[in-house]
Ligand binder design. Structure first.
Ligand code: ZN
Length: 481
């Protein structure tokens, strides 16, 4: 079965055919770095992480670009998000940018989100943006007013094709624009003249200013992926105007199609309302990680299809935690059994079950990255693994290794919810060792006191728990049966 993707451009599920066989160029709109990221961001970037991981699992060579917006992102009020934060912090704008870029990557690393191949910054690509604006002016898709440059939406007959809006119906994009400068209310700023108090400013053919928000994605995707590339991703709330404007700028400037497939991720909601900084209904990723393992947060996110919203609540997180623990306990049990399993392939009838779950996993993931169904397939597998391990104490090492591998690949490499090694186990192994040694010391003390009933009892109870003691001239050693 071939991979099929629901293409927002055209609103239908389509076979995925990359421009170059075996390769995928993918661009995802990145964060504006003016504050700590919250779970809404986690939903977006974990979703695309699963997409990238699955494409690689399927054998594609993926070039994944995700930008960092560090200039030009305007609030509805016309204020620049980063400058506003810099004023609050009494810091330089680039200090704000550095602090929150680091914070963002710390959070993503903690969540097991693989780093993009390139994370270009808007402020590092101003010449590329100016060049594209010059092209748009030459082609009469844009006009200059008082040192600012606006895109003329009426010059692009395709404008509105992603969001399915006609130009006449466009809402006004007020961000960073001055209404009376624009010919049409939906026209948007490509370049803004910098007022005296604006610190982030660059020279341009139109005087000192700074780029509008949308142009960065057009300029940077072109630089790293070319004029036409395979997949463009983003959050559903950026469909209009941001993504629509990216298409307009790029296709008018380049005379070529922009992205062939558009994938948009549904929001993370709280009581059905989108989690956002401005509404104050947010939980930062850092706070969430204090309470839940990253794998649990990822499990919660993949319980909903990437294109759908997922509603955050304590109940939903604790359900995800229970589900994840069931999976992971089976993995741990398998790994523990591998330490003392007999060589050979006793229980090899189970390999068929593993082959079936791999087929099912591929089928549901090939169907527009159906991670919730892939998770369900792993949960079904877990029920059967538990039955196998309970019923057959002699399952051979090679069969256990295949079970572990299946979890590692599907649950670990693709969904990112199964750790490759039992990180938590180092601590529990140390604890176990300390407890056993304490009991051995208690037994030695009982013997010194000639309380042989007590020393025998400790020895017997340890043996029952699988810990065998052996008295030697230089002391007692122990081993796990
Ligand atoms: Zn973008």
């Amino acid at each position: 079965m071939t991979l099929r993707i629901f293409n927002v451009l055209g609103r239908e599920k389509q076979d995925f055919t990359p421009l170059v066989e075996g390769r995928v160029g993918m661009y995802v709109c990145g964060p504006t770095v003016y504050d700590h990221a919250h779970l809404g961001h986690a939903k977006n970037y974990v979703s695309f992480d699963v997409v990238v991981r699955y494409l690689r699992y399927s054998g594609y060579d993926v070039l994944y670009i995700q930008n960092i917006t560090d200039v030009g992102h305007m609030l509805e009020s016309g204020e620049d998000r980063i400058l506003k934060k810099a004023q609050q912090m009494q810091a330089k704008p680039m200090q704000v940018v550095e602090r929150y870029t680091k914070s963002y990557f710390d959070d993503m690393d903690a969540l097991g989100v693989l780093r993009p191949d390139i994370s270009p910054r808007a402020s590092g690509h101003v010449p590329e943006q100016i060049k594209m604006i010059e092209t748009l002016l030459e082609k009469e898709n844009a006009y200059v007013v008082n040192g600012s440059v606006y895109f003329d939406v009426t010059s692009d007959p395709d404008y509105g094709k992603l969001s399915n809006r006609r130009v006449e119906e466009q809402e006004e994009d007020t961000r960073g624009t001055t209404r009376d400068e624009k010919k049409h209310p939906a026209d948007f700023a490509l370049w803004k003249k910098a007022e005296d108090e604006h610190i982030l400013r660059w020279d341009s053919p139109w005087g000192e200013g700074f780029p509008g928000w949308h142009i960065e994605c057009s300029a940077m995707s072109k630089k790293y992926l070319g004029t036409t590339f395979d997949i463009h991703g983003g959050g559903i709330d950026n469909l209009y105007p941001h993504n629509e404007n990216e298409i307009a700028q790029s296709e008018c400037a380049n005379d070529a199609a922009f992205a062939n497939y558009w994938m948009l991720v549904g929001s993370l909601t709280v009581d059905s309302i989108k989690m956002s900084k401005s509404l104050g209904n947010f939980v930062t990723i850092k706070d969430a990680l204090e309470r839940y393992r990253p794998e649990v947060i990822r499990t919660f996110i993949v319980t909903a299809h990437y294109s759908n919203p997922v509603d955050y609540s304590e109940d939903a997180l604790s359900a995800a935690k229970n589900g994840w623990e069931r999976l992971y306990n089976a993995v741990r049990l398998t790994r523990q059994r591998m330490n003392y399993a007999p060589e050979g392939d006793n229980g090899n009838g189970f390999l068929e079950r593993l082959a079936a779950v791999r087929t099912e996993f591929k089928e549901v993931m090939d169907d527009d990255f159906g991670a919730p169904r892939a998770l369900a397939a792993l949960q079904d597998l877990t029920r059967d693994v538990n039955t196998l391990l309970n019923d057959n104490s002699e399952v051979g090492l090679s069969v256990l290794a295949e079970i572990d591998k299946a979890y590692r690949e599907m649950g670990g490499d693709v969904l990112g919810i199964i750790p490759a090694a039992d990180g938590g186990d180092t601590r529990s192994a140390e604890r176990e060792k300390a407890l056993i040694e304490m009991l051995i010391n208690m037994r030695a003390q009982a013997r010194v006191n000639k309380n042989y009933a007590e020393s025998d009892r400790i020895r017997a109870e340890l043996a029952q728990a699988g810990v065998i003691l052996e008295d030697r001239a230089d002391g007692t050693i122990w081993k796990i049966e």
